[in-house]
Ligand binder design. Structure first.
Ligand code: ATP
Length: 453
């Protein structure tokens, strides 16, 4: 494992760009803060992660229902959920150069713990301690800044046409609760899962793909009987840990942090943040919250549509409670890249490579002919390549440069296995399989090639 410093971020950002994982959004126009584009390898890595999540949490379970709701929703959804009134972060402005900052971040940088503080308290402490902006100028008054991206739908720009790009995927799940119940009559407990984009007008986006304005989430609302909440919470905590293992995150860099009563959202009876040790500090990776019956109750009140549940077995009607595991795709990718980034020495040379779990690696197997200018080798290599492609995804053919260069290139993008077709192959139908992490090569019969992940 490689120890991470601020420098690691630069190395990862540069590797991600050079190798086609992640590019700055709108780069040729100078970028757009808080947006990043996933390149050819990045989109595959991202899809592998999302597919693995979907398989583990939806397909492999009998109690889960998938959903893909619209990103644009009726503005009343966000009024009812409390986002219009309260989805905000504290904003403070440098009075000289008008640069804006998250007030809680400014306090943290000045060794003040802002957790649970009201705007009033933040203002008082800034005055009391004479806290200045990062540029050394006086700060203005702290105020709440709503983070939803507002837009208008249709040709008229008035109050009635206001809508928001969804700030989280959960809203789409709650408004479809009744639809899923009516279509499938699921027994409690059951969950609805969704993967999709969300938008937040973050005051200060940054740290690469950690804090974005356009992000992607993988969320589950798991509906339960109220008395089941503790067991269910434990179940989801374990599932999230299983997931963290499956994608190869460095286990001792993940910390479960119990959120105290004063710091929890008012509707939550228990919240755990899964924090990851990023090079810029230990910060939230995922959240797990017991949200009681808050959301379904609020949507019932606001929509006048009954979102209660009738239990056929007990003949009771009630509003189910909810356990919510919420996971960011982009923060997962950052944690995956950081966990995988390794520098070591191999064959007397230093190398930097991604020790990605084969389950998420964008390329699983690279097939090479030993020499590019020997048609027999190239033909045989292409045959092996085409046959492997029939049965698995993530197989590439590479005949560029010498073998050493190809290994380096594949190591850098995290390819677990490289197959080389050489002159012996033509004689005995065996190939060499090289292992990324150890660099060891084994001779294997072509018909016995198998890759487990
Ligand atoms: P933070 O405190 O870091 O702003 P949050 O508590 O607002 O995060 P949630 O509302 O719980 O985050 O969102 C659920 C998940 O979505 C987070 O655990 C994280 O993985 C992801 N997420 C939230 N905001 C962002 C963002 N701006 N950029 C990237 N991912 C995000």
């Amino acid at each position: 494992m490689t120890d991470h410093t601020e420098n690691t971020m630069e190395k990862i950002i540069s590797l991600a760009k050079r190798r086609g994982f992640i590019y700055q959004g709108s780069e040729i126009y100078g970028g757009l803060a808080g947006t990043w584009d996933y390149g050819p390898l990045g989109v595959t890595l991202k899809n592998n992660i999302k597919n693995l999540w979907w398989k583990m949490f939806v397909e492999d379970r009998e109690d889960m229902y998938g959903l893909d709701a619209a990103l644009l929703m009726n503005q009343n959804v966000w009024k009812a959920s409390g986002h219009v009134a309260g989805f905000s972060d504290p904003l403070v402005e440098d009075t000289k150069n008008q640069k804006r900052y998250r007030a809680d971040h400014v306090l943290e940088e000045n060794s003040v713990d802002p957790k649970g503080m009201t705007v009033l308290q933040m203002n008082e402490i800034i005055k009391e301690k004479g806290i200045k902006s990062p540029d050394g100028n006086p700060l203005g008054e702290v105020r709440q800044f709503n983070m939803m991206l507002k837009t208008h739908i249709g040709p008229t720009e008035d109050e009635n046409s206001v809508t928001y790009l969804r700030p989280e995927t959960a809203g789409g799940i709650f408004v479809n609760f009744k639809n899923v119940v009516d279509s499938f009559h699921p027994k409690l407990p059951f969950g609805i899962a969704q993967i999709g984009k969300a938008f937040r007008n973050e005051i200060s986006p940054g740290n690469f793909i950690f804090r974005l304005r356009e992000l992607e989430q993988m969320e589950i609302e798991y509906f339960i009987r109220p008395e089941q909440w503790q067991d269910s919470f434990e179940h989801w905590k374990q599932q999230m840990n299983k997931w963290i293992e499956a994608i190869g995150l460095t286990k001792n860099k993940v910390h479960e942090v119990e959120i105290s009563d004063k710091d929890r959202a008012h509707y939550s009876k228990r919240t755990i943040d899964f924090e990851f040790e990023y090079p810029f500090g230990q910060k939230e990776l995922y959240g797990l919250a017991y949200r009681t019956d808050y959301d379904l109750t609020k949507h019932t009140e606001a929509s006048n549509v009954d979102l209660t549940y009738y239990d056929e077995d007990t003949k009771e009607r009630f509003t189910p409670h909810v356990i919510e595991p919420s996971m960011g795709v982009d923060r997962t990718i950052l944690a995956v890249l950081l966990s995988a980034y390794t520098e070591d020495e191999l064959g007397g040379e230093t190398r930097a490579y991604l020790k990605l779990s084969p389950a998420v690696a964008p390329v699983k197997v690279a097939v090479f002919p030993l020499l590019k200018n020997k048609p027999q080798l190239v033909e045989k290599a292409r045959e092996v390549y085409m046959n492997l492609r029939k049965n698995m995804s993530g197989v590439v053919f590479d005949d560029n440069g010498n073998i050493g260069k190809r290994y380096r290139r594949q190591d850098e993008i995290g390819t677990p296995w490289c197959i080389t077709i050489d002159f012996d192959t033509l004689e005995d139908n065996t190939v060499t399989v090289r292992d990324r992490d150890s660099g060891e090569q084994k001779r294997v019969k072509i018909e016995e090639l198998t890759f487990n992940f």
